[in-house]
Design a protein. Structure first.
Ligand SMILES: Cc1cc2nc3c(=O)[nH]c(=O)nc-3n(C[C@H](O)[C@H](O)[C@H](O)COP(=O)(O)OP(=O)(O)OC[C@H]3O[C@@H](n4cnc5c(N)ncnc54)[C@H](O)[C@@H]3O)c2cc1C
Length: 417
């Protein structure tokens, strides 16, 4: 028995919505899915947010919590055109700064946001040249980044090594609390009218006529739901969901390492990154120093692939490499007790760019995954929700063009459905 959905979105164009059980099915209760569900439900539509475990179960609850808006180091170390694409993501970073500045007020919940500035540091003359070139590119993109010299670095952050020759400072950078973000958005989404189905796995997804039909499994309970539009934001599991609908979504798992020291008195208001080495350091509100920066861990394997149900194994060289880099950058770290190390898995594409938007070969199916989707997640969620709602669609399409799944159409052209 089909229910009648409300026609509450001004620019709603798909009359099939009246035949579907719900307007939107959002698959994955990480930051991106929960924030998308909040936007969609706030527009007065009927939304289900389906999460196989609990909100924040995936990368959103495991990450470093850095809000890094400077062009990322990984975009600078390649010379095959990704630098240009790194510049394009800078446009999204500019929007993300505005989004993060207002998020706590908008959703009425504490997200542990601290945006007091970030320093990307350099140890060598070559790295300083890279910083200067990067700052020039960022300024041209409207990001307020400036290069400061050794004396200015020491004046701002005397706990940094005197070997640091220069840094790029951006006043908007900072961090938020990864442990609370996805649950907070999921809570806000429910308050706005979305239905959260936790411990519920999407087991199949297919398009039937103009609607999407999904099979949802919660233990022994099984139900089928039809939705006018579907958003896949299932992190590293996203390719599996896309495959259910007969599409390629070439995202790859990247297993990473994080470390936390014991609590210490507050002294570090900034996010610290390095332009030439894998490093991020920040101090949480509770006083712990979080140390990461993209050091690998090792995925467990099943007979036929990787096992995402287990936390990746720690790689000893990553642990020592990460901590050594941290001490070389901020010697005081060596005085603190290492409390905990953990691993998590994020999703990357071959071109390092996120994937966000509608699949051209399957209209009505959207995805938002990959990239630095803690920093950019709220912005992906807002823009993809705009696309799904046909609200400011042209603007959202233009802003997300760098991330569009249209770049995989050459692969999906081979997929008969
Ligand atoms: C160690 C580490 C450090 C990082 N540091 C940073 C950082 O400092 N800054 C930054 O910007 N980014 C960082 N990232 C990346 C960032 O965490 C991710 O980009 C972001 O959290 C992705 O959010 P998401 O909502 O897309 O995916 P996820 O948080 O992975 O959420 C996907 C959800 O989908 C659910 N799901 C999967 N399959 C199904 C199914 N079949 N049915 C129902 N639900 C399903 C999962 O249970 C999961 O909860 C880091 C990642 C890691 C691992």
């Amino acid at each position: 028995m089909k229910k009648i959905a409300r026609r509450s979105v001004e620019h709603w164009t798909n009359s099939d919505v009246f035949l579907s059980d719900i307007d939107f099915l959002v698959i994955g209760g990480g930051l991106v899915g929960a924030a998308s569900a909040w936007h969609l439900a706030s527009a007065g539509t009927k939304v289900w947010l389906c999460e196989q475990a609990s909100p924040g179960h995936g990368a959103s609850g495991q990450n470093a919590g850095s809000l890094h808006f400077q062009i990322e180091r990984r975009f600078l170390e390649r010379e095959d055109g990704v630098g240009r694409e790194g510049e394009q993501t800078a446009q999204l970073s500019r929007l993300a700064v505005q989004d993060w500045r207002d998020l706590e007020r908008q959703i009425g919940r504490n997200l542990g946001v601290h945006m007091e500035g970030g320093l990307m540091v350099a140890h060598s003359a070559q790295e300083v040249r890279l910083l200067e070139a990067k700052a020039a590119r960022e300024q041209a993109m409207g990001l307020t980044v400036k290069t400061i010299d050794r004396a200015q670095v020491q004046a701002l952050a005397p706990y940094l090594s005197p070997d640091i020759l220069a840094a790029n400072f951006m006043a908007d950078e900072g961090h938020a609390d990864a442990r609370i973000i996805a649950p907070a958005f999921a809570d806000a989404a429910q308050s706005a009218g979305a239905r959260l189905l936790d411990a519920t796995r999407v087991a199949s997804l297919q398009k039937r006529g103009a609607l999407f039909e999904a099979r949802l499994e919660k233990g022994e309970e099984i139900q089928t739901v039809t939705a006018a539009k579907v958003l896949i934001c299932a992190g590293i599991w996203s390719p599996q969901i896309a495959a259910m609908a007969g599409l390629h979504l070439p995202l790859f798992p990247a297993p990473l390492t994080m470390n936390a020291t014991a609590r210490t008195a507050a002294f570090l208001p900034y996010l610290i990154q390095h332009v030439g080495r894998r490093l991020s350091i920040k101090q949480t509100a509770a006083g712990n120093l979080l140390i990461g920066g993209g050091w690998p861990s090792r995925l467990h394997r099943t007979g036929s692939g990787f096992d995402f149900s287990r936390a990746p194994a720690l790689v000893p060289q990553s642990l020592t490499g990460n901590l050594q880099t941290a001490v070389e950058t901020m010697p005081v770290i060596g005085e603190h007790e290492l409390l905990r190390s953990w691993t998590g898995i994020t999703a990357v594409t071959q071109d390092q760019l996120p994937v966000a938007g509608e699949f051209p070969s399957l209209p009505g199916l959207f995805c938002a995954a990959g990239g630095s989707a803690f920093t950019l997640g709220p912005t992906f969620a807002r823009l993809v929700a705009d696309q799904m709602l046909e609200r400011r669609r042209d603007e959202a399409d233009a802003l997300l063009s760098v991330a569009s799944p249209a770049r995989f159409e050459s692969l999906n052209g081979f997929m008969g459905r």
